[in-house]
Design a protein around this ligand. Structure first.
Ligand SMILES: [Zn+2]
Length: 304
């Protein structure tokens, strides 16, 4: 394999998707090329100065904001911006400056998707101009561990945020990925943004570590019942309602396959040997994460 130079490395970083595992693979690839760098010095390679950031128009005044493998969303209204996850301090600082220069607007509301720090760090960057909104359970978690600005406005089941000529609906469908992840609906744009609980043509993350079962499936059904065309995940490609349905079917097929092995008196090793879910072979991370997905579903289905 030829030695990679700086530009090639940057091109690889552009293709980095997802979370830790992908980054690790990326680093492993760098090491494998014989650059002679050890993990200790190469681990921070995807540092803030190399972060891939971009803003993409989705529809009307709705935009998607990317920071490496993480995505957020924002709606530009006549009276300012309603934004979702800040992602981290450097990303939020970049977004704040870009919104000022490109739209001449301040962020008036920030909506946290859920409690995880890889999505909602950096909230303090917007705190001066914005009201931070989240589910009550997210607020409770962040009061215990305030690594970011703590929500000032909370809700239990649903709420609507109106600002100027824009509106956003927030929905809670019970525990799924954490007990506080929400669906963020942009009704005029017919779009929904959800982080970590639903993805498009991509397996759920690793061993379903923060999942609730059957909550994960019930949450997706709640999203399916909303009236929308565009689905915006916190990781990976954009999709449609059909992709949301397919992600729920993946969960159901995985659940049924694992339950069948349990019912037949099989072991976890049997499940990992037998379950292939060929229908989803083209999903991103199929080869890397199917085994861990089986681990996670086994854990959830056998939990007392
Ligand atoms: Zn999460």
């Amino acid at each position: 394999m030829p030695m990679m130079h700086g530009k090639q490395r940057l091109n690889m970083s552009l293709n980095v998707r997802g979370r830790g595992m992908n980054r690790f693979k990326f680093m492993a690839a760098v090491v494998a090329t014989g650059l002679g760098l050890n993990m200790a010095t190469t681990a921070p390679t995807l540092a803030q100065d190399e972060a891939v950031r971009e803003i993409t128009n989705i529809k009307g005044n709705l935009y998607r904001f990317r920071n490496n493998g993480h995505f957020s969303a924002f709606l530009v209204t006549s009276d300012g911006v309603i934004a979702t996850d800040p992602i981290n301090e450097a990303a939020a600082t970049w977004l704040k400056a870009t919104l000022r220069s490109r739209f001449g607007k301040e962020i008036k509301y920030v909506i946290y998707s859920h409690e995880h720090n890889d999505h909602v760090s950096g909230g303090e960057v917007f705190d001066e101009t914005a009201t931070i909104v989240a589910h009550a359970n997210t607020a409770e978690a962040l009061h215990k561990n305030p690594f970011t600005a703590v929500p000032e406005r909370t809700f239990e089941k649903s709420t609507t945020i109106k600002l100027g000529d824009g509106a956003v609906n927030l929905h809670y469908f019970g525990p799924s990925h954490t007990d506080n992840v929400i669906a963020i609906e942009f009704p005029a744009e017919r779009a929904v943004f959800v982080v970590d609980a639903i993805s498009v043509d991509r397996l759920p993350y690793r061993n379903l570590y923060a999942h609730d079962m059957p909550g994960a499936i019930d949450f997706i059904k709640g999203v399916e019942a909303l009236d929308f065309d565009i689905f915006m995940p916190g990781h990976g490609s954009l999709g449609t309602k059909a992709d949301v349905v397919e992600h729920r079917e993946y969960h159901e097929d995985l659940r049924d396959a694992v339950q069948d092995v349990i019912d037949d008196g099989g072991t976890l090793a049997d499940a990992k040997e037998q379950i292939k879910l060929e229908k989803y072979r083209d999903f991103e991370n199929y080869d890397g994460w199917l085994g861990e997905n089986i681990d996670g579903m086994w854990r959830l289905l056998t939990a007392k």
